[in-house]
Design a protein around this ligand. Structure first.
Ligand SMILES: *Cc1c(COP(=O)(O)O)cnc(C)c1O
Length: 404
């Protein structure tokens, strides 16, 4: 890890309980580099104005910057069309947009099935359950193996001509598994089902090429990709976004309003009611550009190196259980110690300056699959170091000794 990268993250330079902060909760949210912080500061100190409707100079400047951000993001993702990039507040928002508008569209009936996987985050479970409640459709779930991978043995019974939509993540936030989305997307296409990919955990760690992935919807959150909170992206195919009805009503998403009838704006504005997170969109484009300049391969190689070191180091600890042992993983290491509660472990580690996440990671059904209430999870980003992996291992060892 070169020091220059670390120095771009001012928040990391602090002491916790008299020890250097070791931030290993990157799968929950990642820290922001100076390039992004500076973009946000400059937006508010040089540009800030509301967009699209203003005739004045600053409004034009803000509109240009906002739309330029959309262009940058579309190119970064290799989206077929720029107007397919919808600014949202995050992954959860994007999934709810698709689930709600599908329910409103009347295209989902009680004969239809929706397929998700046992590795999903609550935000890729609950909106589909709500859709099923509203439409009478059935929710099916791809089971998970002991190593934390999709069990595709019975996929041909689960993914049939009744399946209307498949919604799965590319990388699991709880276990780090990189899922074979290509296989499932291909099968879905063969059955005429739509596909939504939850890219919340993949976008921070790998290059995303929407045309190669060939799904119908893709969602992710800015705050996990070195950008601020409160901004995210929904990409959807034009034909589908045009077919689906509007979602939230308000300013910006309309063409003409009378009390009798409203006509709606074209994409992407049809789905961008109200004043958006203007600064967030611009900062997200800056964050993706920063990642691209650094190199997605460089980011992945460094994180994989740390993941390997940490996995090896923790494996030596007596009575440790690693959750998620798939051969293809990204950045996440979930574990437990027999007879020790994950919360107690995390609390003691925090006292040693090591910040990890404990609990169900918004994946309660997955925890039930493993018969546990939660795990302790360390997750790595480009700025983490080998010394921090050592600190993690030492902290787990010390905490375990104290708790048993
Ligand atoms: C974080 C996360 C989400 C939810 O993202 P929000 O930013 O909270 O909307 C969904 N899916 C996965 C895999 C995640 O990691």
């Amino acid at each position: 890890m070169n020091l220059e990268i670390r120095q771009q993250f001012p928040v990391l330079d602090q002491q916790i309980n008299g020890r250097p902060l070791v931030y290993l909760d990157n799968a929950a949210t990642v820290q922001k580099p100076l390039a992004v912080l500076e973009t946000s500061r400059r937006y508010y100190s040089e540009i800030n104005a509301n967009i699209h409707r203003g005739v004045h100079y600053l409004s034009r400047k803000a509109t240009d910057a906002h739309e330029a951000a959309r262009t940058t993001i579309a190119k970064y993702l290799n989206a077929p069309h720029e107007h397919e990039i919808i600014f949202t507040s995050g992954t959860t928002d994007g999934i709810n947009l698709v689930a709600d508008t599908l329910a409103l569209s009347g295209k989902i009936t009680s004969d239809d099935h929706i397929l998700i996987s046992g590795l999903e985050h609550h935000s890729n479970i609950v909106p589909w359950q709500m859709l099923c409640q509203r439409t009478g459709a059935t929710l099916d779930v791809i089971p998970v193996t002991d190593s934390g991978e999709w069990d595709l043995t019975n996929i041909d019974a689960l993914l049939t001509s009744k399946t209307k939509l498949v919604a799965v993540n590319q990388v699991s936030n709880a276990l780090g598994t990189i899922n074979p989305i290509e296989t499932v997307i291909k099968k879905a296409k063969a059955h005429g089902a739509w596909t939504l990919i939850d890219g919340a955990q993949s976008t921070p760690h790998m290059a995303i090429d929407l045309q190669a992935i060939d799904c119908d919807f893709f969602v992710f959150s800015g705050h996990k990709t070195y950008a601020p909170t409160g901004i995210g992206i929904l990409w959807g195919r034009s034909e589908l976004l045009e077919m689906l009805p509007p979602w939230r009503g308000g300013g910006e998403m309309i063409k003409e309003v009378t009390f009798e009838k409203t006509t709606y704006n074209d994409l992407p504005f049809k789905y961008e009611a109200g004043t958006p997170n203007i600064e967030g969109g611009i900062a997200l484009a800056a964050a993706l550009t920063w990642m691209q300049d650094l190199g997605l391969d460089t980011i992945a190689a460094h994180e994989n190196h740390l993941l390997k070191l940490a996995t090896e180091g923790l494996s030596d600890i007596e009575d440790i259980i690693l959750y998620g042992t798939a051969p293809h993983k990204a950045s996440v290491l979930s574990f437990g110690i027999k007879g020790v509660h994950h919360y107690d472990l995390g609390t003691l580690m925090d006292q040693m300056g090591v910040g990890v996440r404990t609990g169900h990671h918004c994946c309660q059904p997955l925890m039930q699959r493993f018969g546990i209430t939660g795990t302790t999870r360390a997750s790595f980003a480009i700025y983490n170091t080998e010394q921090e992996v050592d600190a993690l291992i030492t902290a787990v060892k010390k905490a375990t000794m104290m708790l048993r």
